[in-house]
Every structure is written in C-alpha cells, then in structure tokens.
Design a protein around this ligand. Sequence first.
Ligand SMILES: Cc1cc2nc3c(=O)[nH]c(=O)nc-3n(C[C@H](O)[C@H](O)[C@H](O)COP(=O)(O)OP(=O)(O)OC[C@H]3O[C@@H](n4cnc5c(N)ncnc54)[C@H](O)[C@@H]3O)c2cc1C
Length: 480
Amino acid sequence: MSSTSISAETIARFTAIVGEKYALRSEADLAPHLIENRGLYHGSSPLLLKPGSVEEVSAIMKLASETGTAIVPQTGNTGLVGGQTPREGKADVILSLERMNKIRDVDPVANVLVADGGAILAEVQKAAEAHGRLFPLSLGSEGSCRIGGNLSTNAGGTAVLAYGNMRQLCLGLEVVLPTGEIWDGLRRLKKDNTGYDLRDLFIGAEGTLGIITGAVLKLFPQPLGHQVAFAGLSSVDDALAFFNLASSLCGTSLTGFELMPRFGVEITARNIDGVRDPLETPHDWYVLIDISTSDSAETAERMMNAVLEQGFEAGLVQDAAIASSVAQQKALWHMRESMSDAQKPEGGSIKHDVSVPVSKVPAFMREAEEAVMAAMPGARICAFGHMGDGNIHYNISQPVGADKDAFIARWHEMNHIVHGLVLAHGGSISAEHGIGQLKRDELASIRSDIEMELMRRIKYAFDPAGIMNPDKVVSLSHKG
Ligand SMILES: Cc1cc2nc3c(=O)[nH]c(=O)nc-3n(C[C@H](O)[C@H](O)[C@H](O)COP(=O)(O)OP(=O)(O)OC[C@H]3O[C@@H](n4cnc5c(N)ncnc54)[C@H](O)[C@@H]3O)c2cc1C
C-alpha cells in the first residue's frame, strides 16, 4: 500500500526526473490542483510533477513503485467526482500531463488522429477540422479538459447519440503502467480480435490502472449541413414520442436531442449573460434538436422541417424556433450547456448524473419528482440532459430562502431516493462522470459481490502495490 509521507530524498529524486522547473512545491502553485470544480473535495499534496515525455512518466512510475508513493493523474482537472483530487492528509503526488499536449499525427485518409494524453480536447477538434475532418466529442469543458482525462472518464457529451462516447471514439492507447513499463497499444485498426481488449480496461478506469500518455482517435467527415432547433412541449412523455419521431426520420443524422425543464430555462435566462428564452410563451418542457448531414446543407434543412412539421401534426410540439445562423445555433447550445452553472446563483444544488433506458425516462422523472418533493417540499428540480441517451442530470436546487448548508447536508439522503428509483428502472448511478471518490462506497453497495471481486482482481493485477490513484473507484482494501 502507498505510504502516507514522503521523504526529502524521494522528493529530490522525483524532481531530478523532470527538472526543478517542472516539480512544483509551493502552496500557490499547488492550490488550484488540490480542489475540483464543485468544491466537494479538497486534497493535499507535497509535490506536483509535470513530465515532458513518456520516458519521464515511466521514470516517475518506476520511482513511485520503488518508494510506495501514491500518484494521482490529473489533466484538465474538470472531473466532477473527485477522481483527479489527491486525498486529504496523505502524501499523494500529482502527475499532470499538461506539457504533453501535442497532436502527434492526423491521417485524414485513414480517419485517425494521434494525440498526447495531455492534448486539450478543443485543440484536437481544431486539428481534425484543419484536415476537413470531425472529432465529435464535445462537452462544456472542452476548452480545458484533455484527452487523457476524457478517456479515463469515458466522457460522453453532446453527440453520443450519433457517434458514441470516448470508448467508441478510440482505436488505440499508449499507457505507462504503475511499474513504469510502457504499453504501446497505439494501433489504428477498426478490427483487431487478438485476445483480451486491454484498451477497454484503461478507458473509464479514472487513472486507477495506469497513465494514458497517447491515443489513436477516430475521425469522421465534417458535416455539410447542420441545423439546430428549440421546441416547447407539455410533458416528458411527449418529449419521448418526439424523440422517437425525430430518430426514425433522421437516423444517425440526429446528433443531439436534449431535454430541459421550464425551471432550467428560466434560471439560465436569469443568471447567464446573453441567454434568452427563444420562444414567446412559456412551456413546461423543452428539447434542443441537433441534426448534422454529411451530403448537403439542404438535406439537414429538409430533415429539420419535416421533424418539426410532423411533431406539430402529432400534437407533440407546441412551439418551435429554428436557429437561422451559426451564432444562433451556438446560443441555443450555450443555453443547454450553461444550465448547471445557472444553478449556482440559486444557492445549493444536489446533483445526480444518472441514466435509465430511454423508454423509462418519463416514468423515472414522474416518480423521482414525487419522491423528492415529498421528502423536501419546495425543492426546485432542474432535471435536464441527453434524453436520446437516457442520461439525465437530475439536479435539485435548494428551496427559496433555505439554509444552504442544511440543504447540502441532505446530499446522501436525496441521492438515496433518486438512485433507488434509477436502479429500480434498470439504470446507472453514474452515466457520464464516473465514480471517483464521490460514488466509490455506493458502487460497492450496488454492484454484485462477483463484480466487485473481479474489479479488485483487475486492480491488483495492474497495481499490486496500490499506488495508482488509490481509494478512487475501487480500492484493494475496501470490501464494500
Ligand atoms: C462544464 C462541464 C461540462 C461537462 N460536461 C460533460 C459531459 O457532457 N460529458 C462528460 O462525460 N463529462 C462532462 N464533464 C466532466 C469532465 O469534463 C469530463 O469528465 C472530462 O472528460 C475530464 O477530463 P479532464 O482532462 O479534466 O480530467 P481530470 O479532471 O484531470 O481527471 C479525470 C479523471 O481521469 C484521471 N486521469 C486524468 N488524466 C489521466 C491520464 N492521462 N491517464 C489516466 N488517468 C487520467 C484522473 O485521475 C481522474 O480520475 C463536464 C465538466 C464540466 C466542468
């Protein structure tokens, strides 16, 4: 097991690997790396290392193995479950890949891009675009999150409906193991049935099995047509029926179908600069529909018109607005992506990142609202998300005038209520954001004994010394 203190000699040896300039120890340098976005976790660390090459990462891991030093990989630090935050009161060393941020190769013929683990997602998107290709992973944090973190959390985002999540977007990996050995699995093959899929073990492992230093990513043709619309509806049942209609008319050209409640639109218009409700009258529910076509702009326009016309005819859509410029398209997406931030000025917010089978979304939403309101009268539910994937960010804002600390103290109680319904509908308590520290104990309580045992055995096979991001996801000592 990793040790809880680190000697001056070990710090000097780590420093010698990356050089003084890239071994940070001052409080000011470390501070931003010890907290995460939501302020749920605050860790401590004696040292932050910024290696500049795979060989340096390997040397760091060899030394960590020898000295029993815990290593916490961190790339963009935008994770939402505390996986990238070092533990409080331990001597975890943070390993940041921010210097390893290159695009190594783009091959538009093979439709692949090879990037360092520290490449920023937005830079990967730009590099693909410069070659007339699309890298479709897109999320609110794309300006700061990095490929190693995206892969380690198996990130989803706004286009999963058409392109899948990070697991589907990756062909090969380069990983430094806890022992310091380098696994070069940077294969560019769509078909490769040669034994166990090691790549899939590292994707979504949240840095508990090794450090992803490079990846081969899949590219797609740049869409020629793109349409975004915003529609008002009266119920989640109608939203589901409308999703099925849009899905059958558009097939894989339906790239996004996002659900938003009236409360979410109201607070986003109130609290986020430049956001306004594009419809004239209020509706109980809204959907954002995103259509991309690879043959022509006309096809996308025709599809969007047909979707809305048939939605009106079927009595599902009450009102709708189609974005008439790229700026308007971005504004609609900005509204959706700012919904979580818009909750901050409203006081405390208790979050759930859950998924249920798409057909169960209306029943889940109804039952969850009933249960939450019964437990906490006055709670303001802001349940929005990727309806097409059955992924709902079931957020609850505190009742108006409530005490924030008293509200947040009920986090686990509300989780218990919402997650209980999710599980009853055959869903998942973590659709996109992972397990990290936030849901580690809950994971052990909802997965079967055999699943937990298999996870522990996998962890042990890669990291017998327990130095790789310890106590996140599954720990060797934790028996649930
Ligand atoms: C505004 C906003 C919107 C978001 N929207 C979405 C969304 O739509 N969909 C979604 O899935 N997520 C979303 N997220 C969550 C987050 O952005 C993603 O999980 C992102 O993929 C994390 O990348 P990162 O580089 O910031 O990783 P970090 O936060 O640095 O790390 C995340 C985890 O990965 C591990 N890790 C990081 N780098 C490596 C590496 N090189 N090798 C091994 N392990 C590593 C860390 O130890 C940690 O466990 C959002 C976050 C924000 C703030």
